[in-house]
Design a protein around this ligand. Structure first.
Ligand SMILES: Nc1nc2c(ncn2[C@@H]2O[C@H](COP(=O)(O)OP(=O)(O)OP(=O)(O)O)[C@@H](O)[C@H]2O)c(=O)[nH]1
Ligand SMILES: [Mg+2]
Length: 135
């Protein structure tokens, strides 16, 4: 998948299993990219990559929101140096309304600005609870 410092993912990509070959990419009638890969995991499930929530463009925000009701499980990737931005919290509350299960993934722990002494895991768990299990 393409990656970059600026918002990179503009479209939804559905990763599916490919029996033979390296990779195949097609686009369906919804405009989603269907990327077929020979990864065993994809025999069991489809993995869907959506645009981020920190995007300015309304269209990308809408694409991601519209996909939520179709997801069985949401993998929510957040940056260790800036977890739970305002737009992320807003989006998580939206996911909660749909009653979806969420797994939080934290990346960029290798970045110099991230201090491993921070209470990251504890603080994140606390914040996640306050969003999903309000008193
Ligand atoms: N050091 C470090 N850099 C990372 C890590 N994960 C992502 N990056 C970098 O962070 C930038 C953003 O990564 P992307 O994969 O484009 O992030 P994304 O969440 O898909 O972002 P959008 O597609 O724009 O929504 C890229 O320059 C990556 O190389 C990590 O764990 N460590
Ligand atoms: Mg991306």
């Amino acid at each position: 998948m393409a990656e970059g410092i600026l918002p990179t993912t503009n479209e939804i990509s559905v990763l599916k299993f490919l029996e033979d070959g390296d990779q195949e990419v097609t686009q369906n009638s919804d405009g989603f990219f269907i990327r077929r890969l020979p990864a065993q995991l994809l025999r069991e499930m489809n993995v869907v990559d959506t645009p981020g929530t920190n995007v300015i463009l309304d269209r990308q925000q809408r694409l991601t929101e519209e996909y939520v009701p179709r997801a069985d499980l949401v993998l929510f990737v957040m940056s260790a140096d800036r977890p739970f931005t305002e737009s992320e919290v807003t989006f998580l509350k939206y996911i909660r309304q749909w009653g979806k299960k969420v797994i939080f993934l934290v990346n960029k722990v290798s970045w110099p600005s991230y201090d491993p002494q921070d209470c990251l895991a504890t603080c994140m768990t606390h914040t996640a609870h306050s969003i999903f299990l309000p008193p």
